[in-house]
Design a protein around this ligand. Sequence first.
Ligand code: FAD
Length: 343
Amino acid sequence: MTKNFDVIIIGAGGVGSAAAYYLAKAKQRVLLLEQFNINHQKGSSYGYSRVIRYAYDNPIYVNLMRAAYPLWFALEKEAKETLYIKTGELDFGKLNTPSLHQVADSMQRENIDYEPLTATEINRRFPQFKIPETMEGLYQADTGILKASHCVLTHLKLAQNYGAIIQDNTPVININSKGELITLKTNKQTYTSQHLIIAAGSWTKQLLIPLGLNLPLTIMPCQLGFLKVDNPQQFIPGEIPIFLAHLVGEYGQFPYGIPSCDHQGLKLSTFYGWNTVETIDEVNYTPSLEWIETLRTFLKQYIPTANGELIETRRCLYTMTPDKHFIIDHHPNYENILIAAGF
Ligand SMILES: Cc1cc2nc3c(=O)[nH]c(=O)nc-3n(C[C@H](O)[C@H](O)[C@H](O)COP(=O)(O)OP(=O)(O)OC[C@H]3O[C@@H](n4cnc5c(N)ncnc54)[C@H](O)[C@@H]3O)c2cc1C
């Protein structure tokens, strides 16, 4: 028998899980379909931490964060869970680095408090860093960690409490839209719905091609790792901020780090400079073992006491649009199909 819903959501990542929560809370009959297990590691949203920040180089995102922070705080309250850990953020780079100044300008434009810091001030305040006088930085206090997997699971749990049906190990294999009704075929059953949200992360491009839309999305598999540090007490939230180095070197583009939580070690990666692929079938999930060796050059120079043993490393996928802005829009030919991708 075909079951009918107000909204079907494809994908139980950060985006689909939040959509399920808000729609179910708004009394919609919601079905969420996930192709793998809930909280699997093949997409973009798995893991302990993601950064939430105002420190963006574009005022649009600074403003968006103004809306996002209170929603996370409201979720924490409703779920009675701690999802956000305040850490502050230090951005640093060579004197007069354009990207650093863009971050400062967009926060200034949106009246977000931040502190410009000289290298001496950074080193005094955060002795973990060895920043040379040829560099400068800025500090924004509200940046923090959102417990990524915990947030997904919390959204899903509350969505279920509001009546949403969450089905894992259920890949959508066909989408057919006729008039006001959308029919979805899965490996198990066929469903119909008045609305569809495609929040399928790195799988979005392939899902949309049969619906006549070839979005210019690419997949950027990046690698992250956790390192042991000399003095663990100096690398926990409250002692060291999240940091982003506006630097490009042999170690990669824009290295960043996240304080150690639950004794995981310092989380490290680089923002840009990873190769992209067109389809999910081309993704190599096996982490490179040389990768951390290149990042050690950065650590030796700027955070020498954080250059310990590699505890864990894995791949994670970014889905990229050509201009790096994300897509939240209706399908051009089907008003009742929403696409949320490219985050
Ligand atoms: C290393 C790394 C660090 C990051 N750091 C930050 C950060 O600090 N701050 C920040 O804001 N963002 C960060 N991001 C980006 C952020 O994690 C992503 O933007 C976000 O997780 C995207 O979520 P999503 O729901 O779009 O995709 P996903 O989490 O990949 O979810 C999509 C889901 O759709 C499912 N799916 C796909 N096709 C089908 C189908 N046919 N049927 C059923 N299910 C399907 C997939 O299995 C998947 O579970 C980071 C990303 C990476 C990789």
